[in-house]
Design a protein around this ligand. Structure first.
Ligand code: SF4
Length: 156
């Protein structure tokens, strides 16, 4: 369970961690690989006046070539499998991938079927799993912070 007060502390630390780890702002590309849009609605709240992540040096970009991190929602449908693979290949290093929601983490209610590959890690490597159906924006912020920690550890 994530409490709002803790989330406030995370948000305060977010700008500091982004600067420490990346030395610049953090650019995120959102990829919907087959979600019901519940996770996407929660993610869009990250840029609303309540969370306003742009003030901490976070921006969502239109091209994976400009992105440091992919936030992927939904289990991967067979129809979008290739698109996800190509998006990952086009992403700039360090290619951090955060799986958002139960479907992205492991297929969720859609599972693995003729139409669905299952979780995101069936197609591309995943840094961090953020469970929930859908996860709250605070959990997504924690996922970003964990991804930064992981990248820092891997690059030592
Ligand atoms: S985790 Fe829940 S809200 Fe998110 S895409 Fe799957 S069913 Fe929709």
């Amino acid at each position: 369970m994530i409490h709002v007060k803790e989330a406030t502390d995370w948000r305060t630390g977010l700008q500091k961690r982004i600067k420490e780890v990346l030395g610049k702002s953090l650019h995120i590309r959102h990829v919907d690989s087959g979600s019901c849009n519940g996770c996407d609605f929660e993610m869009s709240a990250l840029l609303n006046p309540v969370y306003d992540l742009q003030r901490f040096g976070v921006d969502f970009v239109a091209s994976p070539r400009h992105a440091d991190l992919l936030m992927v929602t939904g289990g991967v449908t067979r129809h979008l499998e290739e698109a996800l693979r190509k998006t990952y290949d086009a992403t700039s290093n360090p290619k951090m991938v955060v799986a958002i929601g139960a479907c992205a983490c492991g297929g969720g209610i859609f599972g693995q079927t003729y139409a669905n590959c299952g979780g995101v890690d069936k197609i591309v490597p995943v840094y961090v799993y953020v469970p929930g159906c859908p996860p709250r924006p605070q959990a997504m912020i924690e996922g970003i912070l964990i991804a930064l920690d992981r990248y820092e550890q891997l690059s030592k």
